[in-house]
Design a protein around this ligand. Structure first.
Ligand SMILES: Cc1ncc(COP(=O)(O)O)c(C=O)c1O
Length: 399
C-alpha cells in the first residue's frame, strides 16, 4: 500500500459502560433552541435550570482580587481550608447540626458530589433508590456504575412528595443508597419535616447511606428547610450535596460541595486528586465571600423567583389543557399536560418548533415524568408572559 493512500478511520471501540451513560436533556434542548435562533427564530428560554441573574458584585470582585493576589495555583484536593471552614460553619447553622471542616469537600459544582459519592459507595449489583421524575444525572450514574436503579415515583396528588410507605416497600438488603432532593428538580416539591422523619424511620438502623441533594435549600417559598442529617442517628449516614450555582447565581463558576462523615470525605478528596486535582483556587476565595458576605442579593433573587412562579402558574392554569400546582421551592414549574392529549416529548418539541418556547418534556426526568412538562421560571416576567401568550396561541390553533 502506498504511503499516500488515505486509510479508513479505525473503528471506535468504546467501553461497554458508555452505553449506560445517560444525559441531561436541558443542554440538548438549549443547543436545538440556539440552532433555531441562528435560523432567525425568536425563542423564549425556559429550558435550562439556572438563575438569569448575574453573580452578585461582591463575589465577582472577590474573585478578581484573588486572581491578583496569586490564587492561580493548585490547592488542596478537598478545598481551601478557609472555605471548608466557612462551609462547615454555614451548614452547621442552617441545618442545626455541628459540622467541622474535615467533613467538607469542595468540588467543581454540585454534580461531582453525585458522581463521586456513587463511585465511592456503590458496587455493581447494589440498589439505589432515586426520585422519578428527578434530576436525570442520578439515574444516569446509577446505570453507569452497573447498579440497579430503583425509582420512587413522585406523584402530583402528593404535591410531588415521595410516599414513605412506597419507599419502605422498595428497601431491601441490596439497597445501598437512597437519594432525596428537596426542594426538588423538576417538580418544585418540598418534603415536610414529618416526611423526612418518616424516611429516616423507614431506613431504621440499616446500613444505608442517604444522598440528600439540598442544592435548592435556600430557594424555598414557605416554611423552613429541614435536612435529614438533623434526625437522630442520620448524620453519619447522610451526604449533603449543596453548592453555589443556584443560591448565588454562579452556575458557570463550577463550585459545589459535599458535607459528610470525615472518613468518607477523605475518600471523596482522593477521587478529586484523581480527577480534577482541585477546584479552581480563585473561585474558592470568591466562595468564602459568597458565604460570609452580604446575603441580601440571594434574598432578592428568591423573592423575584417567587413572583415569577406566581405569574407563570396563574397564567398556565388559564391555558387549555394545562394545569399546574404551585411549587413550594426551586425555580421550576411542572404543569400536567395530559388534557392536551399530547405526549410530553411531542408537545415539548412542538412548542419549541412552532411556538418558540423552549421547555422540557417531563420524560427528560424519568419515565414518571410522562404527562408533564418542566418550565423554568428563571426568566423575566416579561419573557414569561410572552411564553404564556405563545403557548396560549399555539393551543388555540392546535387543540
Ligand atoms: C437537583 C440538582 N442537583 C444538582 C445539580 C447540579 O448543580 P451544579 O450546576 O452545581 O453542578 C442540579 C443542577 O441543575 C440540580 O438541579
Amino acid at each position: 500500500m502506498s504511503a499516500l493512500t488515505v486509510s479508513e478511520p479505525t473503528q471506535l471501540h468504546l467501553a461497554k459502560r458508555m452505553s449506560r451513560l445517560g444525559t441531561e436533556t436541558a443542554f440538548e434542548v438549549l443547543v436545538r433552541a440556539r440552532a433555531l435562533e441562528r435560523e432567525g427564530k425568536n425563542i423564549v428560554h425556559l429550558e435550562i435550570g439556572e438563575p438569569d441573574f448575574d453573580t452578585p458584585k461582591n463575589i465577582v470582585e472577590a474573585a478578581v482580587d484573588a486572581l491578583y493576589l496569586g490564587y492561580t495555583h493548585y490547592g488542596p484536593s478537598a478545598g481551601l481550608p478557609d472555605l471548608r471552614e466557612a462551609i462547615a460553619d454555614d451548614v452547621s447553622k442552617s441545618r442545626g447540626v455541628k459540622f467541622t471542616s474535615d467533613e467538607v469537600v469542595v468540588v467543581p459544582g454540585g454534580k461531582p458530589i453525585i458522581f463521586f459519592t456513587m463511585l465511592a459507595l456503590v458496587e455493581e449489583g447494589d440498589e439505589v433508590i432515586y426520585p422519578n421524575p428527578g434530576f436525570p444525572i442520578y439515574e444516569s450514574m446509577i446505570n453507569f456504575l452497573g447498579a440497579k436503579a430503583v425509582p420512587i415515583a413522585l406523584r402530583e396528588e402528593r404535591d410531588f412528595r415521595l410516599d414513605v410507605n412506597e419507599l419502605a416497600s422498595l428497601i431491601n438488603d441490596r439497597t445501598k443508597l437512597i437519594i432525596i432532593n428537596s426542594p426538588q428538580n423538576p417538580t418544585g416539591g418540598v418534603l415536610t419535616k414529618n416526611d423526612i422523619y418518616d424516611i429516616a424511620a423507614a431506613i431504621g438502623d440499616r446500613d444505608i447511606m442517604v444522598l440528600s441533594d439540598e442544592i435548592y435549600c435556600r430557594l424555598l417559598f414557605e416554611g423552613e428547610p429541614f435536612s435529614i442529617c438533623a434526625v437522630n442517628g442520620m448524620k453519619e449516614r447522610t451526604i449533603i450535596l449543596d453548592g453555589f450555582s443556584k443560591t448565588y447565581a454562579m452556575t458557570g463558576w463550577r463550585m459545589g460541595y459535599g458535607v459528610m462523615r470525615a472518613d468518607l470525605a477523605a475518600h471523596i478528596a482522593r477521587l478529586m486528586t484523581n480527577s480534577n486535582s482541585c477546584t479552581a483556587s480563585f473561585t474558592q476565595v470568591a466562595g468564602i465571600e459568597a458565604i460570609r458576605g452580604d446575603q441580601s442579593e440571594t434574598e432578592r433573587m428568591r423573592l423575584e423567583f417567587q413572583k415569577r412562579r406566581n405569574v407563570f402558574v396563574n397564567g398556565i392554569n388559564q391555558i387549555k389543557g394545562f394545569s399546574c400546582r404551585l411549587p413550594k421551592g426551586a425555580f421550576y414549574t411542572f404543569p400536567n399536560i395530559t388534557q392536551t392529549g399530547w405526549p410530553s416529548k411531542k408537545l415539548a418539541d412542538a412548542l419549541l418548533d412552532e411556538a418558540g418556547v423552549a421547555g422540557l418534556s417531563g420524560t427528560a426526568f424519568g419515565a414518571f415524568g410522562e404527562g408533564y412538562m418542566r418550565f423554568s421560571v428563571a426568566n423575566s416576567v416579561e419573557n414569561l408572559q410572552n411564553a404564556l401568550d405563545r403557548i396560549d396561541q399555539w393551543t388555540k390553533k392546535n387543540l
